[in-house]
Design a protein around this ligand. Structure first.
Ligand code: ADP
Length: 272
């Protein structure tokens, strides 16, 4: 708390009162601290891939380029680290646009079940065609009703892709990933459950913060930036919804998001 006192006097100099204004500066200081942390995180996150690029290119110019076996490996590291930086910068720009309110959603009434089926089919196909990818069972438990929601299809696809890719990234080979769509007449809830590492209560609270990663080394190894869930949260909130995680450490996690939804009734002949 910050306090300011003013003394009220008559012309004669006689004190007739005191005004005290107390301002709660906790929020303001918190945001300032968050901004400082954010800048320091960005610098750190960008410096890490840059340091690798620098040392691998130095090694190449010091003579490693002559080694037919080593040179392509070093070039691959340089390329993947540069790609990681490009992705991170694109994500940061995206977040900063959302912060500045410069993102307007391009919404349409779309069939949520159709979109999720399409994303899942594409993911299954990608995993099957990648010989290095593990095997995962995908289970779809969808409400039988048609769910038409007013959403920005590209942005929502980005969110669902991100949660599903995480489910794959943080799950053991052979794990089951279940996607549920529930409707409760006023909102629709999508739940994506994996049988992966799980997340502790403490970590779960911070998971949607920018750059927060439970295991930095593991996430980096997988090409993660720690920004995916922060972006997902912004997108869901822009749609008037909410996102959260339920998890039991060592057993798995469920990422849930809820979107406002108005049932379509034949009788009304219109939305709402
Ligand atoms: P990243 O690019 O690191 O995956 P995200 O913002 O998508 O960034 O996720 C933040 C962190 O949340 C991850 O680094 C990981 O520690 C944790 N996480 C996300 N999804 C899962 C999951 N399904 N199971 C366990 N941990 C997860």
């Amino acid at each position: 708390l910050k306090g300011e006192f003013s003394i009220i006097r008559r012309e004669t100099g006689f004190v007739t009162g005191v005004v005290c204004v107390l301002t709660d500066v906790t929020e303001q200081e918190k945001t300032e601290q968050e901004q400082r942390d954010f800048v320091s995180n960005v610098s750190h996150e960008l410096r890490t891939p840059l340091t690798s690029i620098k040392s691998y290119s130095e090694a190449l110019s010091d003579g490693a380029w002559r080694d037919e076996k080593i040179a392509p490996q070093f070039l691959e590291v340089i390329q993947s680290e540069s790609n990681r930086m490009i992705r991170m910068i694109a994500n940061l720009l995206d977040l900063s646009k959302m912060d500045g309110g410069q993102i307007t959603l391009q919404t349409d009434y779309v069939d949520l079940k159709r979109i999720i089926n399409h994303i899942l089919d594409r993911l299954v196909f990608t995993l099957e065609s990648d010989s290095n990818a593990g095997n995962y069972n995908f289970v779809r438990e969808f409400t039988t009703r048609d769910i038409y929601v007013d959403i920005d299809q590209d942005r929502m696809t980005q969110v669902i892709d991100n949660i599903l890719n995480n489910a794959v990234k943080y799950s053991p080979d052979g794990g089951t990933i279940t996607v549920k769509i529930e409707d409760n007449h006023r909102s629709v809830i999508v739940r994506i459950t994996d049988e992966g590492l799980g997340i502790s209560k403490q970590d779960a609270e911070k998971l949607f913060d920018r750059f927060y990663r439970v295991d930095k080394a593991r996430s980096r190894e997988q090409g993660g930036s720690g920004l995916g869930l922060a972006i997902s949260k912004e997108v869901i909130e822009l749609h008037g919804g909410s996102i959260w995680v339920d998890s039991v450490e060592g057993e798995g996690s469920t990422f849930n998001f809820e979107l406002p939804y108005t049932e379509f009734t034949e009788l009304d002949g219109e939305w709402g």
